[in-house]
Design a protein around this ligand. Structure first.
Ligand code: FUL
Length: 700
């Protein structure tokens, strides 16, 4: 009893002492523009999902022209809970949905238009996607945002003042009926051709004035005071100036806001922001997990690879920006299995990379500390509290901080954070490591901002030093973390060139590649890949990537190669440039050729250089985002002398439009030196005929 009384007294005395110290603490003054409370809350979001799901999902378009009919909107198994669970499981904190895209169709039963779910067959017109999503978000504890396209290619009054009232009314509906909204997304794409209630014409508007942005912002402030507004120039959050998911390494959360407007022509500046910006307008990186924003079955084979997604993560979140990763919900109304798989792979990799912060509780010192040392000491950067920070004296803008391990420790990532509540300050820094008693510079960089992550080769260091080499005002660093991330283990990419040389590659140079050419399963005892080697005859290659550090390997991948194409020549094309046609026999599916569709039959003739026993052929359609000229029905012929031809086979490539992958067709053995592929029918009745690669199967 007595003991505990004494303890309470002591604690009381200590608290009193601390309180009186606190009275003497003078905090650094803010420098330049600083974030608002709602922007600070948004900074905490960091990683959240975009959902592009709307009329385009059903018309297989990216931009509908506004003439679509509500009857076309009919998901068969829409389940917003599946989206939200996926997003939550992926480690994201929110979701923004395309409530209305440029084609004008509304995912909610807006009372201001008939062009909405209320006239769709889905749930007999009783459905409301926004409601489903907001309920799912509430159930899973996810924040919700709305994308509302200012441009509306359906609305008859678009271009006139009446449409602007309609746009504002719709904004009101969205911000009133669906709970808390964390972000309102205004797209910069604007004005042009459209259906416009049947007028089918081109309408131009002035992006800066037409939408009465001041009023729109007022509506958001009135109905959702905590929501940030996204636009090319903010005001709350800015576009990052590309749709690939990266910010520049130099990235200021500042913007000369008055200069930037929706559709800003110097948008590349947005990748770095403005060092002398007048307002706090941080960058958001929007990127899709597939080539398109909307779901297209043909892109099921083009979901971004793990290494690509990991790069996106480091080049957005690791560069002072947030990551808005798009999931194109499919026509069932679900996030596709392939997308779920990649999202989870990314989550797992990020978790592994940042699983063990080796800077926790280690010794840290600084060359300079602000007046009241107890409050601004260097150890504030490793205490896990984002509200405490290391600060230098007001006049000091160059200073260093050293982190010391007890024993030399492997490290390959550093994460740095500025205390942005008082402004973004640092414009120059480098990171050094003490290795075997010598200091080496690991990286030299510019800005830090809310979060900066650097990846570097694994080193065994006894100390890490962060040198701030330039800051607008005394640097305030709230957090430093160090990691030893595992190697990135992904399946090798295998390529063969026209000369027959096979090369293999993996995303992480610490990973080894092993392969076999005798049909057996490769292990870490098989052939180790070191440099390109030649494969001229039909061969099956089995390959794995192997992480020696963890004794872990990928599942094996099998590649079938037939004869190399080194002696091949395209000798005839029905139209288009013969000089470009070599692209269909360069063994590179990323290059392609197309006829111009002027002459029929649409065909190409290839000379294989000598006579072979042929048993089949392969056709790889164009792999780009906007493929055209894909052959759906073919005729394949063979000749020994380029005069007498034998038709080897005619047929159809099933489902090639939706699944434009390499097609393999076999036929009864025929001797031949010349081959001819004729496109009898082209997808979408296009007149052109294209290919990225044509190959043969020879008798073995
Ligand atoms: C762009 C739009 O035009 C695209 O369709 C997509 O919505 C993307 C996120 O923004 O400006």
């Amino acid at each position: 009893m007595k003991k505990s009384y004494l303890k309470t007294l002591l604690i009381g005395l200590l608290l009193g002492l601390c309180y009186s110290c606190a009275q003497n603490v003078t905090k650094p003054k803010p420098y330049g523009p600083i974030p608002t409370e709602r922007q600070l809350a948004w900074h905490d979001m960091e990683y959240y999902a975009f959902i592009h799901f709307n009329m385009n999902t059903f018309t297989n378009m990216e931009w509908g022209d506004g003439s679509e009919k509500p009857a076309q909107f009919n998901p068969t198994a829409l389940d917003a809970k599946q989206w939200v669970k996926t997003i939550k499981d992926a480690g994201m904190k929110g979701v923004i949905i395309t409530a209305k895209h440029h084609d004008g169709f509304c995912l909610w039963p807006s009372k201001y238009t008939e062009h909405s779910v209320k006239n769709a067959p889905w749930k007999n017109g009783q459905g409301d996607v926004l409601k489903d999503l907001s309920e799912a978000c509430a159930a899973y504890g996810l924040k919700m945002g709305v994308y509302l396209s200012p441009w509306d290619r359906n609305h008859a009054q678009y271009g006139k003042p009446e449409y602007v009232s309609y746009f504002h009314n719709q904004l009101r509906e969205l911000l009133t009926n669906y709970g808390d909204i964390f972000e309102v997304w205004f797209d910069g794409a604007n004005g042009g051709s459209g259906y416009y209630g049947g007028a089918n014409e081109t309408r131009k508007i002035d992006n800066k004035t037409y939408y009465q942005w001041d009023k729109a912002i007022e509506i958001v402030r009135e109905l959702q005071p905590n929501a940030v507004i996204f636009g090319d120039g903010g005001p709350g959050v800015r576009w990052v100036g590309n749709e690939e998911g990266w910010a520049n390494e130099t990235n200021w959360s500042l913007l000369r806001k008055k200069e930037v407007y929706p559709g800003y022509s110097k948008y590349k500046e947005l990748r770095s922001g403005h060092e002398d910006g007048t307002h706090w307008v941080p960058a958001e990186c929007d990127v899709s997990i597939r080539p398109g924003w909307y779901y297209h079955p043909s892109e099921d084979i083009q979901v971004k690879s793990l290494s690509h997604l990991v790069d996106i993560y480091y080049q957005s979140i690791g560069r002072n920006a947030s990551l808005l990763l798009n999931l194109p919900v499919d026509h069932r109304g679900l996030v596709h299995e392939k997308d779920v798989e990649q999202l989870m792979a990314l989550k797992q990799q990020v978790e592994q990379d940042f699983s063990n912060n080796i800077a926790k509780n280690i010794k840290v010192t600084a060359t300079n500390v602000r007046g009241n040392k107890a409050y601004f000491e260097a150890s504030n950067t490793i205490d896990g509290d984002k509200n405490t920070y290391w600060a230098t004296e007001d006049t000091v803008t160059e200073a260093s901080m050293t982190l010391e391990f007890e024993t030399p420790t492997e490290v390959n990532r550093i994460l740095l954070q500025e205390y942005i509540n008082l402004g973004q300050r640092v414009y120059g820094f480098n990171v050094e490591a003490e290795v075997n008693g010598n200091w080496v510079i690991i990286d030299t960089q510019t800005t830090i901002g809310v979060k900066r992550i650097l990846r570097f080769d694994t080193i065994k260091a006894s100390k890490i030093r962060v040198n701030i080499t330039g800051a607008k005002a005394s640097p305030l660093i709230s957090n430093i973390e160090l990691y030893r991330a595992p190697n990135l283990l992904t399946q090798p990419v295998v390529k063969r060139d026209k000369k027959g040389f096979v090369s293999m590659d993996v995303a992480d140079k610490n990973i080894d590649i092993y392969y076999t050419i005798d049909g057996t399963e490769p292990t870490s005892k098989s052939n180790k890949y070191n440099e390109p080697f030649s494969i001229d005859a039909p061969t099956v290659i089995n390959v794995i990537a192997y992480d020696a550090e963890k004794s872990k390997q990928t599942v094996s991948k099998t590649i079938h190669y037939d004869i190399s194409k080194k002696d091949w020549k395209v000798i005839k094309v029905s139209s288009g440039k013969l000089t470009d046609a070599h692209k269909i026999i360069d063994d590179n599916p990323n290059t392609s050729w197309a006829s111009n569709g002027e002459n029929t039959p649409n065909e190409v003739v290839i000379d294989l250089g000598k006579v072979y026993q042929l048993e089949g052929f392969t056709y790889t359609p164009v792999q780009g985002r906007w493929p055209y000229g894909i052959v759906s029905n073919y005729e394949f012929s063979v000749s020994q002398n380029n005069k007498t031809w034998t038709t080897a086979i005619t047929g159809e490539f099933g489902n090639i439009k939706n699944s434009p992958i390499k097609q393999t067709v076999r036929f009864n053995t025929l001797k031949g030196r010349y081959i001819k592929l004729k496109g009898l029918k082209i997808v979408d009745n296009d007149k052109r005929f294209s290919a990225s690669e044509i190959g043969v199967i020879t008798k073995q």
